[in-house]
Design a protein around this ligand. Structure first.
Ligand SMILES: *[C@@H]1O[C@H](CO)[C@@H](O)[C@H](O)[C@H]1NC(C)=O
Ligand SMILES: *[C@@H]1O[C@H](CO)[C@@H](O)[C@H](O)[C@H]1NC(C)=O
Ligand SMILES: *[C@@H]1O[C@H](CO)[C@@H](O)[C@H](O)[C@H]1NC(C)=O
Ligand SMILES: *[C@@H]1O[C@H](CO)[C@@H](O)[C@H](O)[C@H]1NC(C)=O
Length: 968
């Protein structure tokens, strides 16, 4: 059994020997004048497109080269690493201490299981020629952990490895106004290419430019640990492998570098090597496809939308779907690659928003497969998501999975709501019921770090060196750290404004504190940069003295060692993201704050409440609203003034979470839940209870002269809902159906529920002459009266409820988020909202035992229900109430000669309804009622004779069909 772990980029990439494609000076194609019109040499020659005039601004340049400024910058850095970039508001002196993070070739250590395997395979097998050229290892950086936050330094811009240049076509223009121009350019290009091809065929082939890049196919290469991709995922899977939870896996992903210039033999060679030695399946897509997919569709449309940046300004590209086709193509390539390698019994796990369509594509190819999907980023509310042009396609793609995992409940909730709104399918608390009847589970499973490896990392000599240096530099100061990408989502502007407010409001701290804000320099927003620069300069000019500068703003990245060192010496970490999936930076901060290597310890975490981490750490962190500057400023003060006991208590709370909700736990939880979901799905498919045959019900209904219909309420006539749940099906439709049914005089209709009589009366006030069974059979009301009959002993209940209440109180205090709901003759203990579900589940079991022991004499028992306990008198159930109904009818038939019903239909969905199914079947067996139809919604082990898999919608549509028969 193999687990396929698919994410856009593999955790490995290749590094070529030979003269670098990118050696510090701009490649030929770039140094040309922008407006130079070069007739491309040959149709498939590498630099063809880039030599056409580069029309519009940064976005069209972005792939061939990093944005010219950064390119120049990085080029300088590569040659002279000591050159410091001037950033506003920071003195050169401060910047010097953080040696610029220069992405130079460095050895990244491979995970241990791979290393062994590699060594062994090197010993065992003949070496391939390529392998002899393993680069001299520079033991500079022992990065056992992947950085999880090198989120998108841009594909094809690696300065770390020697990799081929991209041949992607010019990306789509940034503005719709230029769209026409771009199309014209495409056309011109196509014409030129055709001309070239003709010329080439005619023997005038000029292959000047081909030779340079083609050489890559002759070079030796080595496999290296990738620096782009989802580091959090890579670390988690490695941790699970090391922990022995994962025997056989295959990474699936792209190489993370352009591949168009590589010849087929080279691509095959690389793919084979990755598959044999690195558990990796390489997915090859053309440079243009990946560029359109990643740089455009993912970065400019999906990512902003998923983070609540509504694409509503004229420069936005979200309304254009030209890059959508690339998104589709790349997703298809993944699905094809996986399907070709899939064997029965394998598990497929797709990751993140780059591959939203893959589960659906795979489901078409492999209807039986166990497919999981996990979204690492946030999922927006349906209001935002519906702005996407291809919203339904995306949702349907995701719904191909058996289980969909989210970082927190909120995102899962948003997803369910979005599905029910946009696809018109039914969403329940735990998933989505598709039209086909397939149930897709949705679950929450926050990712974590591997504490063991981070611990090793932070204790490395390099990090400790940095700890020393930084401590010395800022001796006597209290350090607040922030490190963010400078974009609109991370809230850097908000953070600095809050800090400014803090300095103004509490000037006594001016000489004590320093905020070291690192702004990493990937794709920039010039407007934002300028605004931030202004603020920084203002803060500096107002608050700096010759001796002390309270704000150090560095527009550069720092290397991993420095980063861990900063987290170690900091007194507080401040994260003010405006929206964020799960950010592991705070986990690492908590790990580093145990006081082992630096003096201030147990530093408080100031955390935006809009991050996934906020739901993990809860009030152990100081939660802030990043738009509320005063609150943030006060949070800084609170952090600085926090007494050490409180610091320790909060830190301990977070530390326990970091250590226990770790990477292996995440893997384990997710895969268990996936397997469970898949098995349930297979069972549903193979269930022995047949689907309800609509035509047979219709004909029985039609023939009947008197009918008794008993319908469950929660989960059958309306989506199951406590007040906090999403109630999806409009009750209006249910009300209409009930009224229509009752209109036919041959029908007697009952609704049964666990709710109290008065609640039912309110819910069904628009329906007259409806029979009701309340509190799971404790109360009964016949259709033609307003009188409730009491089947349970409510006087006795007053007494036993007191005892039960005091027991429950004990558990409510211990299970955060749980509550007691009291009814007339029953008590419900509800922990659906509990923070720690697993713990609550365990405690609820204890609680049930406790009550059953204590209340045995009172004839009371506690029965587990979904996310809760139902405590009531033994023997009171819906079946008892149903029995009363049939007894009354039989009495009437004997005394007044009224005919007994010859048709009985019961529809329900839960354990409680089984009593009624059972009663119905007895009547049928005894020949009291001729035609009995029992239906359960969803597939469980059931006594019902048929199932309906389309949920509430399915029930209502059947009832509507019956109504039509009544109405002729
Ligand atoms: C970089 O490459 C260019 C063109 O391939 C070459 O002219 C130049 O000499 C190289 N520079 C270095 C420092 O290797
Ligand atoms: C920041 O303030 C200090 C002290 O006033 C000053 O020396 C320094 O030049 C300022 N930096 C900038 C970039 O304005
Ligand atoms: C996590 O947050 C830090 C600091 O805000 C940021 O630099 C980093 O890019 C974030 N990581 C991810 C994966 O979003
Ligand atoms: C990860 O968490 C689990 C429990 O959630 C724990 O048993 C295990 O020891 C943790 N692993 C590490 C490396 O801390």
């Amino acid at each position: 059994m193999t687990v396929f772990v698919a994410s856009l980029f593999l955790p490995y990439t290749v590094n070529f020997d030979g003269p670098p494609a990118w050696n510090g000076s701009a490649p030929e194609s770039l140094t040309m004048k922008r407006d130079e019109q070069v007739i491309p040499a040959a149709a498939n020659s590498p630099a063809v497109v880039s030599k056409l005039p580069l029309v519009d601004g940064p976005s069209s340049v972005s792939l061939f080269t990093p944005n010219p400024n950064t390119a120049a910058l990085s080029a300088t850095l590569t040659q002279t690493p000591d050159v410091i970039i001037q950033t506003p508001g920071a003195t050169t002196d401060h910047e010097k201490i953080f040696r610029p993070h220069v992405q130079r070739p460095m050895a990244l250590s491979l995970p241990s299981h791979i290393k062994e395997k590699k060594e062994q395979s090197e010993k065992d097998t003949e070496q391939q020629p390529q392998e002899q050229a393993v680069r001299p290892v520079q033991l500079k950086d022992l990065r056992g952990v992947s950085r999880h936050d090198l989120h998108s330094p841009g594909w094809g811009k690696s300065f770390v490895w020697n990799q081929p240049p991209s041949r992607a076509k010019s990306p789509p223009p940034s503005s719709i106004l230029k769209h026409a121009a771009a199309e014209a350019k495409e056309k011109a290009l196509a014409m030129v290419q055709t001309a070239q091809r003709k010329a080439a065929r005619a023997g005038h082939r000029r292959s000047r430019t081909v030779s340079h890049d083609r050489r890559f196919s002759e070079y030796n290469y080595s496999v290296e640990k990738a620096v782009i991709g989802n580091g959090g995922l890579f670390n988690a899977i490695d941790a699970a492998t090391d922990a022995g939870q994962l025997d056989e896996k295959l990474w699936v992903g792209t190489l993370g570098c352009p591949i168009d210039v590589l010849e087929d033999h080279m691509k095959e060679n690389i793919a084979e090597k990755l598959e044999n030695d690195y558990d990796s399946l390489a997915v090859y897509v053309s440079d243009s496809d990946l560029n359109g997919h990643y740089e455009h569709y993912c970065k400019t449309i999906l990512w902003p939308v998923f983070h609540y940046q509504i694409p509503d300004h004229p420069k936005s590209k979200a309304y254009e779907d030209h890059s959508w086709i690339f998104y589709v193509k790349v997703n298809e390539a993944f699905a094809d690659r996986i399907a070709k390698n899939y064997k029965k019994g394998d598990i497929i796990w797709i990751h993140d928003y780059h591959l939203l369509l893959v589960p659906g594509l795979l489901r078409q190819k492999l209807p039986e497969a166990e497919i999981g999907f996990f979204l690492h980023t946030a999922f927006p509310s349906s209001e935002i998501f519906r702005c996407l042009a291809v919203r339904s396609e995306l949702l349907e793609g995701i719904l191909g999975a058996n289980m969909i995992g989210f970082q927190n409940d909120e995102y899962g909730h948003h997803f369910l709501q979005t599905c029910s709104r946009l696809l018109n399918v039914e969403a329940t608390k735990h998933g989505v019921i598709l039209e086909s009847g397939r149930f897709v589970h949705v679950n929450t499973c926050p990712i974590g770090i591997d504490p063991k490896v981070v611990d090793q990392q932070r204790g490395s000599p390099e990090v400790l060196d940095w700890v020393k240096t930084i401590t010395e530099k800022y001796r006597g100061k209290r350090i607040i750290v922030g490190r963010d990408k400078l974009d609109n989502i991370r809230g850097v502007r908000q953070k600095i404004l809050s800090y400014e407010l803090f300095l103004n409001k509490y000037p006594e701290y001016k000489d004590q504190v320093v905020l070291i804000q690192i702004a990493t320099s990937s794709t920039e927003d010039p407007e934002l940069s300028a605004t931030v620069a202004d603020i920084v300069t203002r803060v500096n000019s107002t608050h700096s003295t010759l001796a002390h500068q309270p704000l150090v703003f560095l527009k550069q990245d720092i290397d991993f060692g420095q980063y861990l060192a900063l987290l170690t010496v900091a007194e507080c970490l401040m994260i003010t993201s405006l929206r964020e999936g799960m950010n592991l930076t705070s986990h690492e901060f908590v790990m580093c704050q145990d006081g082992k290597f630096a003096n201030p310890k147990h530093g408080p975490l100031v955390l935006s409440e809009f991050t996934g981490s906020a739901t993990v750490f809860g009030h152990n962190a100081i939660l802030v609203n990043p738009w509320h500057y005063t609150q943030c400023a006060d949070a800084i003060k609170q952090a600085l003034e926090m007494p050490s006991e409180e610091r320790e208590r909060r830190w301990k709370g977070m530390y326990d979470i970091v250590v226990n909700q770790n990477a292996t736990a995440w893997y384990h939880q997710y895969t268990e839940a996936l397997h469970h979901a898949w098995k349930e799905h297979s069972v549903r498919e193979a269930t022995s209870v047949p689907r309800l045959s609509v035509s047979s019900v219709k004909s029985k209904y039609q023939k009947a002269s008197k009918r008794l219909i008993i319908l469950d309420y929660e989960g059958t006539l309306a989506s199951w809902g406590s007040p906090t749940d999403i109630i999806l099906t409009t009750p209006k439709r249910s009300i209409d159906v009930l009224n229509d049914l009752i209109e036919d005089e041959r029908n007697i209709v009952y609704v049964m529920s666990s709710r109290m009589p008065e609640e039912l009366e309110r819910l069904f006030s628009p329906v007259s002459n409806l029979g009701m069974i309340a509190e799971n059979g404790a109360y009964l009301k016949a259709p033609d009266t307003d009188e409730w009959e009491e089947l349970a002993n409510s006087e006795a209940a007053k007494v036993w409820k007191q005892g039960v209440r005091s027991i429950l109180q004990y558990y409510v205090e211990r299970i955060e988020g749980s509550r007691i709901e009291e009814r007339h003759s029953s008590v419900v203990f509800d922990y659906a909202e509990a923070e720690d579900m697993a713990g609550a589940f365990k405690q609820a079991g204890e609680c049930a035992n406790h009550i059953n022991d204590a209340c045995q004499g009172q004839n009371v028992c506690a029965v587990p229900i979904e996310d809760g306990l139902y405590i009531s008198e033994v023997g009171i159930n819906k079946g008892l109430a149903a029995q009363m109904i049939s007894d009354t009818l039989e009495k009437l038939s004997r005394s007044r000669g009224e005919p007994m019903p010859d048709f009985l239909m019961v529809v329900g969905d839960s354990r409680e309804d089984e009593y009624v199914f059972n009663w119905a079947h007895k009547l049928e067996k005894a020949g009291i009622i001729k035609n009995v139809v029992t239906v359960t919604v969803g597939a469980r082990n059931t006594e019902a004779s048929a199932t309906l898999t389309q949920g509430v919608t399915g029930v209502l549509s059947i009832l509507e069909k019956l109504v039509r028969i009544s109405q002729g």
